[in-house]
Structure formats: C-alpha cells, structure tokens
Design a protein around this ligand. Structure first.
Ligand SMILES: *Cc1c(COP(=O)(O)O)cnc(C)c1O
Length: 406
C-alpha cells in the first residue's frame, strides 16, 4: 500500500483502499470517488458525471461552488480569516444582524457544526430555566421527539432513540424526556413545572422526511406559551430555503423562541451554524459562559453573509416551491410501482420503498450506475434533497431513472 504515493490515480479502487485502511469506518459511502463538482452535479475520478440528489444532506442547498459564495470566500481570504472572539472583526456584527433580519429574530449566537448549535441551544435553555423561569437547580428538563436526529455528541445521542447511534456510548446525559413525534397530547402530558424547552425538528430529516400532522406545530407553540416553556426548532436541515420558505415553521405561521441553523448556512464551503431567537433568552449568556474558538470567525461570517444574501431575494425559496411541486408530482406517480409513500415539502422528499422492494442501499447503488447520487436513510427510505439550482430536466432524469430501476 503506497500511502505516501503522490500519484493521482483515476482508479476509484485506489481511493477506496486508502479510505478503508486509514479512515475510521464510521460511514458506509457509495463506491463513488468525487473529484470535482459544480452546481447540482459532481464528477468522479474516472470523469463520470453524476447528478447529486443529496446535496450534502442539505449543506449544499445552493449547489456546489455557487459563484457568489466562491467569490465572497475568495474576497474574504484576501482580508482576514480568523481573529478568535478575543477581538472584534468587521464581519461578525453584520452577519448576526443580517441573519436576524432574514429569520425575523432578535439575536444570534454563531457556532460551527449543527450539533454544536443544538448543544448551545440546550445550554441556553437550561440557563434560562434557572435564571428566568425559576426552575430549581439541576432539575431542568428538555422534551424531545421520538425519531429525532439532532447530531452526534454525547448529550444529543442521549435523547436519540436510534440504537445504532446510541449503543455503547453510555452513561447518557440526564435531563431529557422523549415523547412521540406529532402527538400534541403526549407532549402536553409530559410538561411539568421543570420543563425548560421542547426541542424538535419541524420536519424530521434523518427519520425519512417526516412531516407532522396538520396543526401539530401550532399546538406545540400554544403549549409552550401556556406553560412558559421554550420552543426550540431545529431547522438545521429543514431551514434556509429547502422547503420553499426560509424556515419550515414559516409554512405554519408559527415562530419558535430559538432556532438552530447549520448545514446550508456555510454554503457548502465551511461549517457555519447558529442559534437565533429571542433577545431575552439568548441574553442569559454572559462573557465566559459559552464560546467557541472558530464560531463567528471572519471567513465563516463572510460566507454566511453571502448565503443570507442569496436567500434575501426569495428567489431560492420560490425555486424550491416550484421545482418541489414538480418533484413531488413525479414521485407520487411512482406510488404502487415500488414506492409505498412519498413525504416532504418543497424540494425535499422521503420516498418510502414498498415492502418486498430491494433495500434503499441497493436502489442507491443501481442509481449511481445511471449517474444519480442518492442515499438511503434507514433501510427503505430514499431522500431526495437536490440543490435548489437543479433544473426541471435534471429532476425528470433522476425520477425517470428511479422509475426504471424499480
Ligand atoms: C445534520 C443535522 C444536525 C447535526 O449537524 P452536524 O453539522 O452534522 O453536527 C442537527 N440537526 C439536524 C436536524 C440535522 O439534520
């Protein structure tokens, strides 16, 4: 095995072997080795082109290497990339102000990964519970939803019900209680005077693009207000244009007290995340009580600002709505032909394969051969989340290919 061989190979096996030998096996990728990418497409080391129907789990909402985002990155690379928060810099305040304006919120806490944003929201909610709500010390509870996915840290997997994600990582962090997703009565019954917050995804991404029953999110809002409990909406995957609105909650006319954002906020270039929300809630943070060396750095802030600019005209959201209708119409036509159910909103769909159909993994492999990259979530769901810059014809090609594979 020529570990330090600098020869660039055009043989995928060369890279698969390197990855297999040297990289921890915490993923099971399709055997495609990407070398370059643009817009909704990627090209592998052999020169074969693929349509990317996953878009980095919605981290690439604007496609690969969107020209505005690349330009903003290069511009900022020529200025300053990192200061740490020990000093001010000229991008941070603008990033926070513009993100607050985009999301109709009052304050922004910049972080890096999605899991870090979720952890930060949990810390803020606990501190708010003790300092503002008056919950006795160390008693704060956070209610979460069954089937959730909020990241991979110890505390976050502590409230996951996915055995693969949690097994072997105990002892788990206490202070979390899970109720059935979409069941407002179960939620109402779980709230106590010690409840600090309810944390949930307005549409559950990893669970297979699961949309809750009509009226559920409005009821969550009502219960939170009635019981002085914070509503934390994790919009890391559902937010920033994916569903046809800036935030998935916008469809319901519902606002959360805190939102976690990530993935697309970094434009597919950098990890950029944030907690955004009420000033009186994020205001519990005082100097030294929370932080991150990289959170809100000049490069991330500049890229984030370029992302916000792309979303500020509404054009991307409109594309997601229009193309999403087309995608859903086409996918719905496959029901009864290898597809049991299609869920989702905007340019985001969970395609539930029929019982007896091949696994999601096998279908993904067959699609890769036809030049379509897609990935299963759980055994039998395929997730469609193409870049919002994809064309109608490309969607047609992807869904027609799925039809012929099934
Ligand atoms: C991806 C995701 C996260 C975690 O984000 P990372 O950047 O991978 O830590 C959290 N919540 C939701 C809803 C996600 O989809």
């Amino acid at each position: 095995m020529a570990v330090l061989d600098e020869t660039v190979s055009t043989d995928p096996a060369y890279y698969l072997d390197l990855d297999d030998t040297w990289c921890a096996h915490n993923y099971h990728p399709l055997p495609v080795v990407v070398a370059t990418a643009e817009g909704a497409s990627v090209t592998d080391v052999t020169g074969k082109k693929y349509l990317d129907m996953l878009s980095g789990y919605s981290a690439l909402n604007f496609g690969h290497r969107h020209p505005d985002l690349i330009a903003a990155t290069i511009e900022q690379l020529g200025r300053v990339t990192l200061t740490s928060r020990a000093f001010h810099h000229d991008q941070l305040g603008l990033f926070c102000a513009e993100l607050a304006a985009l999301t109709n919120t009052e304050m922004v806490l910049p972080m890096n990964s999605g899991a870090e944003a979720v952890e930060s929201a949990i810390k803020v909610a606990r501190k708010w519970a003790y300092q503002v709500k008056g919950v006795p010390e160390n008693r704060a509870q956070i209610i979460t939803a069954g089937g959730n996915f909020h990241g991979r840290t110890i505390s976050i997997v502590s409230f996951s019900d996915d055995d693969v994600a949690t097994a072997g990582y105990g002892p788990y962090t206490p202070g979390f209680l899970s109720v059935k997703y979409g069941d407002a009565e179960a939620l109402a019954a779980a709230i106590t005077p010690d409840t600090a917050a309810i944390l949930l995804e307005p549409i559950q991404g990893e669970a297979g693009v699961v949309v809750p029953p009509a009226g559920y999110l409005a009821e969550v809002r009502r219960l939170c207000t009635e019981n002085n409990v914070l509503f934390i909406a994790d919009e890391i995957q559902s937010g920033l244009g994916r569903t046809g609105k800036t935030l998935a909650l916008d469809h319901e006319g519902v606002t959360a007290d805190l939102y976690t954002l990530g993935k697309a906020l970094g434009g597919g270039i950098l990890p950029v995340s944030a907690v955004v929300g009420r000033r009186d809630v994020l205001g519990v943070l005082k100097p030294g009580t929370h932080g991150s060396t990289f959170g809100g750095n000049p490069l991330s802030a500049a890229v984030g600002r370029a992302v916000i600019k792309l979303l500020s005209t509404g054009e991307m959201q409109a594309r997601a709505t229009e193309l999403g209708e087309h995608l859903h119409t086409k996918l719905n036509a496959l029901i009864g032909h290898g597809v049991a159910e299609v869920r989702g909103r905007g340019l985001w769909a969970g395609v539930q394969l029929s019982p007896g159909e091949r696994t999601g993994r096998q279908i993904s492999e067959a699609l890769a051969e036809r030049g379509i990259l897609i990935k299963e979530t759980h055994e039998s769901t395929l997730r469609f989340a193409p870049a919002l810059v994809i064309t109608r014809e490309e969607i047609d090609y992807a869904v027609d290919s799925l039809a012929s594979v099934l």
